[in-house]
Structures are given as C-alpha cells and as structure tokens.
Design a protein around this ligand. Structure first.
Ligand SMILES: [Zn+2]
Length: 257
C-alpha cells in the first residue's frame, strides 16, 4: 500500500511538473510574441538612426560644384553682360578666350580676373589644332599666353582646344607649356541657337556634380548669343536651388580630385 501510494504521488507530481512546463512554455511563447513588435520597432528605429547619420555624412552643399565655361570671347557686348549676371549671383566662371578678341579687349580680360573668374587659352585664331604641325600648335598657344599675361599678370593654366579637337601631338604641345586641356561634359548648344528652355532642360538632365558646362561669350549663330543671356540667370537660380556652387575650372579640379 505504502509503495502504491508512493507511486501515485510520484505520478501526480510528474503531471504537475509537466503542467508547469507546458504553462511556462506557453506563457513564454506569448511573452516573446508580445515583445516582438516592440523589438522590431527598436530595430527599425536603430536603422533609421543609421540612415540619418549616413545622411549627415553626405558632403555639405558647397561641395556640389559646377564650372560654367564661356568660349570665344572676350567682347564688349555679351561678355560684359555675362560678367554682370555672374556678379549678381556671386557665381564664378572660366572664360576660354581667343587671341584676336583678347587683343582687342584687354580691359575686359582684366575685369574677368579682377572679379574672381579665370581665364583659359582657346588659342590665337580658333583653328583645328589637329591639322597643324607642332610649331604651329605651339604658336597658337604661346602667343595668346603672352597677351593674357600682359593684361592680367598671369599666364593661363588651362587650354581648351577649338571644337574639342585633340590628338597626341596637340596634347603633347599643350603639356610642354605646363598647361592642361580642359573640355566639357554638358554642351548647352548655345552656339547653334538653342532656345533658353531647351538649354535649361538639357543642363538639368545631364549635369552631375563636378560637371563642366559649355557656353559662349562671343560668336554663336549669326553672332547672336541673346539666348545665352536669357538662360544664364534662370539656370544659375535653379542650380543654386539644387545646391550647386559655381566655381572656376581650377577650383573644380582641385576639389573634385
Ligand atoms: Zn570655340
């Protein structure tokens, strides 16, 4: 009897233990289940903090740089209007001038430099340099370097070859003078008489930080660059709203590399 009672007690205890374990497991399941959404929320919160801190690591707005470049000037009509607009918006630009124009307007050359812009060498007579021999290429560049140096006290650091035409010989001639050739990534096609609306659309579709925009300050279709003058304030305003700063080619190169 004693043994039987003992066995019953043992069975009873066993059932009780199983019951407790099942209860504990069930309540544990519910507790864990109830906690899950909170944990997920915490994970989400941590993730969003991470995203935010990554956003804080993005370069500040001033590093979203663009270089406006104006070719073929200077002149007394469009170049001065461009300089007035740039001054109004505190935007800096680079003017790739040609020799026969630079010789006529030394005052505009020195104004360009005085107002914080940069001068580049667009050759003496705007010829396709790939069709010239080494000596001729050198003359096209050196003659203009001297005119710029006389007007401003400094020889230009950069060359832009007319029509963007380049060959190994042309590059070698430029680099022998300690200069570098700089082309562009966005062509406004102001030289072809594009409308201000089309030019703005083109720039906004193709410009990336570190971009170089091609425009003109002399020449254009039938000598008319009035669309460039109409486009410029609107383009500067819209790009400044997007966080762009307008800098010279030199500043762009030193900060983008
Ligand atoms: Zn040109």
């Amino acid at each position: 009897m004693e043994r039987l009672n003992g066995m019953k007690r043992t069975k009873g205890l066993l059932r009780l233990r199983i019951g407790i374990v099942v209860l504990a497991l069930l309540s544990g399941y519910f507790i864990v289940d109830a906690m899950l959404p909170q944990t997920e929320a915490k994970v989400r919160e941590a993730k969003s903090e991470q995203v935010q801190s990554q956003a804080n690591l993005k370069p500040p707005k001033k590093d979203k740089l663009v270089a406006l470049t104006f070719d073929d000037g200077p002149d007394a009509k469009y170049t001065v209007k461009i300089l007035d607009i740039l001054k109004k918006y505190n935007a800096k630009a680079t003017f790739f001038v040609v020799g026969y124009q630079a010789e006529k307007y030394p005052g505009v050359l020195s104004r360009i430099v005085k107002e914080g812009h940069m001068l580049g060498n667009h050759t003496w007579s705007h010829k396709d340099l790939t069709k010239l021999n080494g000596q001729q290429i050198n003359n096209e560049i050196v003659k203009l370097n001297k005119v710029i140096q006389n007007a401003t006290g400094e020889a230009p650091k950069y060359v832009r070859t007319p029509y963007g035409a380049v060959s190994k010989k042309v590059t070698e001639a430029i680099e022998q003078n300690g200069q570098h050739n700089v082309l562009w990534n966005v062509d406004t096609r102001d030289w072809a008489g594009a409308t201000p609306e089309d030019m703005l659309k083109n720039v906004k579709a193709n410009l990336k930080p570190g971009g170089i925009i091609l425009m003109h300050s002399f020449g254009g279709k039938k000598g008319d660059l009035s669309n460039t003058i109409k486009l410029l304030p609107k383009m500067i305003e819209e790009l400044q709203e997007e966080g762009y700063s307008f800098v010279t080619v030199d500043e762009l190169k030193s900060k983008s590399s």
